[in-house]
Design a protein around this ligand. Structure first.
Ligand code: NI
Length: 219
């Protein structure tokens, strides 16, 4: 999932990257069968091949200025995702108090939607527990669309050293995790959209935005 309008760099990882060869992997685009299949669990998170895959995906994500990346997007059908939410981006989306999320690698992740007990029927669930937000994806370059996601989730998975991570997330942080984990089950964000008329080229969106800003600044 790319960061829209704001480009960030993982300074720490880049510094590391200087002392070893960079490997930028080719990103699969919508239509490639690797993006349509259910990915396989990783038996040994500490296997050297997994460590190499993680390093290469970090380089690839930094190069693409993304917020997250899933292994199937680099043609590897394994259950591994990585993401980060800079605090500035989180507060832009969710208000000043939002904290964001440090750079995280999750192996064999699981997501549980946290919902209010009042939501029994689907319509109520959509109204109270799902939020609409703009998403983009490195596998659909140049496009973005409005996608409903659970406002609040709990997720867990393993780190590259086999430790368990369990967190609760809401807002943009929850959105990024749902988007990345969807890649492991063959879902791209347009398959989650309720209104395909919001699917847009990002260049058109930024043109509209700058026209609106211009109109506002005119006396
Ligand atoms: Ni994506």
């Amino acid at each position: 999932m790319p960061i829209l309008g704001r480009f960030t760099r993982f300074t720490l990882w880049r510094r590391r990257a200087i002392v070893r060869a960079m490997a930028i992997l080719k990103i699969a685009r919508m239509g490639h069968p690797i993006l349509m299949r259910v990915a396989d669990p990783i038996a040994d998170p500490q296997a050297p091949a997994i460590g190499q895959l993680i390093a290469d995906m970090i380089d690839t994500l930094a190069d693409a200025s993304g917020a997250g990346l899933a292994a199937p997007q680099v043609h590897v059908p394994l259950r591994l995702v990585m993401f980060h939410v800079p605090a500035a981006r989180a507060s832009e989306e969710d208000g000043e108090a939002a904290e964001g999320c440090p750079f995280t690698v999750l192996i064999n992740p699981e997501i549980e939607a946290l919902s209010d007990d009042i939501a029994d029927d689907m319509a109520t669930d959509m109204a109270t527990n799902m939020a609409d937000g703009l998403e983009a994806c490195l596998s659909l370059p140049g496009l973005a669309g409005i996608v409903p996601r659970h406002r609040q989730i709990r997720y867990r998975g393993l780190t590259h050293i086999g430790e368990t991570i369990e967190r609760e997330a809401h807002g943009f942080h929850a959105r990024v995790v749902q988007h990345e984990c969807d890649h492991l089950d063959g879902f791209l964000y347009p398959m989650r959209m309720r209104d395909l008329s919001t699917l847009s080229f990002t260049s058109e969106l930024s043109r509209m935005e700058s026209e609106e800003e211009q109109e506002e600044s005119e006396p």
